[in-house]
Ligand binder design. Structure first.
Ligand code: ADP
Length: 624
């Protein structure tokens, strides 16, 4: 479905967005990394520098503590006495033990006295195997400097002991001239041991660039760079360090800030990065260097940074996903709504179309109804004419008979007059008059019947319509020897209708009844005017004919339904009657009687006599 496609396209576009954001985050990481790194390195550098400052202060304090001691010792009379008389074994022995004691008290490694030739005449280590006695140290700068009358200082690997040590050399004065030198050596190994406990490495580098102190043993006596030629020469001359150990410590430096640098030291295996900081120890001409491993801290900083970026990225992605889901939901809802709206529109169109069809159908029905009504009106007329035709045969018979009688009565009246039999003559004339009246009545019926009735419905007296109908039927009844049993109510019964049309309905029902009983001897037709109901008046016509079969009952009121022989029936009578009664607001029913024969009933709305303002006269032939 295209809904799913849309969802996919949304997620695809969001994927693009996510990638973009990730790319941005990555860029930020890449760009931000050096800065973070730098911040961390600077912090590390600052911390290292603080540590280094403490180390330098403590180292300097130790040196400072030993510095005045050789001069003090040189002032001892025993020293001068020993230098004045080196042959005196007792003096030398006394000095030896004195020096030994002093060295122990001071924590110095060695204290010894040399004559101007550099020969050691007394020493604190006289009793040891590595005793300096009889050894010459003229090559050491502290000796030559002291000989020059100043305090000599030096750092070197002991030629006898093989131990690194700091040396002070102080002149021994006698009568204004230097008669010998008191040297004091102390080791700095304790510092290195302390430094090893720190996370950082601490080095002390001399002027030539030799690392003579290092917390890492492997770095001791390495050089910070290639040695200068004169430095190398001096080292050889002073036997300061064994040359073969002075290997350069390979390093690459990168300045971070004024006080710190990042240095990579390639010392076998993998190179490691350190944040380094240097403090110059001007009094002794050294520089102290601290090296703090940069790797782990930078790595943790990096990891912290990456974690932050990742968490941020995840958060953003979740936000985007949620937004995408929301958008997808909204889109799905919109599509559903569209679909619904389309459906509604389609249904509406269908309904409109159905409505239009219905309207058209109604119009057509109306047209058809109008046409039918017109046809029916025309048929009513045609029916009347047909009835007229039917009746004219009976009528001519009906009129010829009285006419023949009139002729006979007239002739007889003449004869009676000739014979002066006046009463008989009068009798005959009166009979002629009666016959004339009757003929006039028949002719009036015919004239009214042929006229097109108006559609007005008003109160009419039922008895009058029945009377007129019966009068019209008289000839046929006589002919068929039939009789109509009718109990005429004395009180006039009023209904809504038209006088002539109601009469026409009754004539039709009576004539159908007569047709149905045709062939019977002295057939009887029952006519009932039932006015028991308050609102309704019923006229019932019953015969003793064969009644209707089912088909006939279903179609009785259809126009042109007839079971009569051609020329006898048009099949219009009941249809016209039905419509007339409907026009009156009444009903025409037909049913088979239980004891055989047909029964028609005409239900009409009762009217009040007072309503009948222009009621037709009850005598004579009603006009409508
Ligand atoms: P027509 O009398 O010209 O046939 P009608 O509409 O008056 O036309 O009658 C239609 C048909 O109804 C008759 O052909 C007849 O079959 C049937 N019919 C009417 N009245 C009766 C009756 N009283 N008994 C039996 N059938 C009747």
């Amino acid at each position: 479905m295209n809904l799913r496609k849309r969802l996919q396209s949304i997620s695809v576009s969001d994927f693009g967005l996510v990638s973009m954001i990730l790319a941005i985050l990555l860029t930020i990481s890449v760009l931000g990394l050096p800065l973070t790194e730098r911040i961390f390195l600077e912090r590390t550098g600052a911390e290292g520098r603080a540590t280094l400052r403490l180390a330098v202060a403590s180292l300097q304090a130790t040196i400072d503590r030993f510095e005045p001691l050789p001069a003090l010792i040189a002032e001892r009379p025993l020293v001068a006495a020993a230098l004045g008389n080196p042959q005196s074994a007792s003096t030398i022995a006394a000095l030896n033990s004195s020096l030994e004691r002093t060295a122990q008290e001071l924590g110095a490694s060695d204290i010894y006295v040399m004559d101007r030739e550099g020969l050691t005449i007394a020493t604190s280590n006289h009793a040891l195997e590595r005793s300096f006695l009889g050894r010459s140290f003229t090559f050491r700068p502290y000796f030559t400097e002291a000989l020059d009358g100043v305090l000599g200082r030096f750092f070197a690997l002991g030629t006898t002991s093989g131990q690194r040590g700091y040396y002070f050399g102080a002149p021994v004065w006698s009568e204004g001239r230097v008669i010998g030198v008191v040297a004091l050596k102390f080791t700095l190994d304790g510092f290195e041991a302390a430094w090893r406990r720190s996370q950082s490495d601490i080095l002390v580098v001399d002027q030539a660039g030799v690392v003579f102190m290092a917390s890492r043993q492997g770095w001791q006596l390495r050089t910070m760079g290639e040695l200068a030629t004169e430095d190398r020469a001096q080292i050889v001359r002073t036997r300061q360090y064994p040359l073969d150990r002075l290997l350069p410590l390979r390093q690459v430096r990168e300045e971070i800030a004024t006080d710190y640098a990042l240095v990579r030291i390639d010392d076998g295996g993998f190179g490691a990065y350190y944040v380094t900081s240097t403090i110059a120890m001007e009094a002794v001409g050294w520089r102290a260097v601290i090296l703090t491993p940069a790797g782990p801290r930078a790595l943790s900083a990096l990891m912290l940074f990456v974690a932050t970026v990742v968490v941020l990225g995840l958060l953003i992605m979740q936000l985007i996903q949620r937004r995408a889901r929301l958008r997808a939901d909204q889109e799905a809802q919109r599509q559903l709504q569209d679909l619904l709206e389309r459906r509604v529109a389609e249904r509406t169109t269908d309904l409109d179309r159905a409505n239009a069809n219905l309207r058209k159908e109604i119009e057509e029905r109306k047209g058809a109804e109008q046409r039918l009504r017109k046809t029916q009106t025309e048929l009513v007329q045609a029916g009347k004419l047909a009835a007229l035709g039917q009746m004219s045969a009976a009528l001519s018979h009906e009129i010829n008979q009285p006419l023949a009688a009139v002729k006979t009565y007239a002739e007889n009246a003449g004869t009676f007059l000739d014979r002066d039999r006046l009463p008989e003559a009068r009798e005959n004339v009166s009979r002629i008059s009666k016959l004339a009246d009757r003929m006039a009545a028949i002719s009036a019926h015919l004239r009214n019947f042929a006229r097109r009735p108006q559609d007005d419905v008003g109160p009419v007296e039922v008895q009058q319509s029945i009377d007129d109908a019966l009068a019209l039927m008289q000839a046929r009844l006589k002919e068929t020897k039939g009789s109509v049993i009718y109990d005429r109510p004395a009180e006039p019964v009023w209904v809504y209708g038209g006088q002539l049309r109601l009469q026409q309905v009754i004539v039709n029902l009576l004539s159908n009844a007569l047709d149905a009983v045709e062939g019977q001897r002295a057939p009887k037709i029952e006519l009932v005017l039932d006015d028991q109901d308050v609102d309704r008046v019923r006229i019932v016509v019953r015969d003793e004919g064969d009644g209707f079969d089912e088909d006939a009952l279903a179609q009785l009121f259809d126009p042109f339904f007839t079971t009569k022989a051609p020329g006898k029936g048009l099949g219009l009578g009941l249809s016209i009657s039905y419509n007339i009664v409907e026009d009156f607001g009444g009903r025409l029913h037909a049913r088979n009687r239980e004891d055989g024969g047909a029964e028609f009933s005409v239900d009409l709305r009762r009217a009040e006599a007072a309503d009948a303002e222009d009621q037709v006269p009850s005598s004579g032939i009603a006009a409508e």
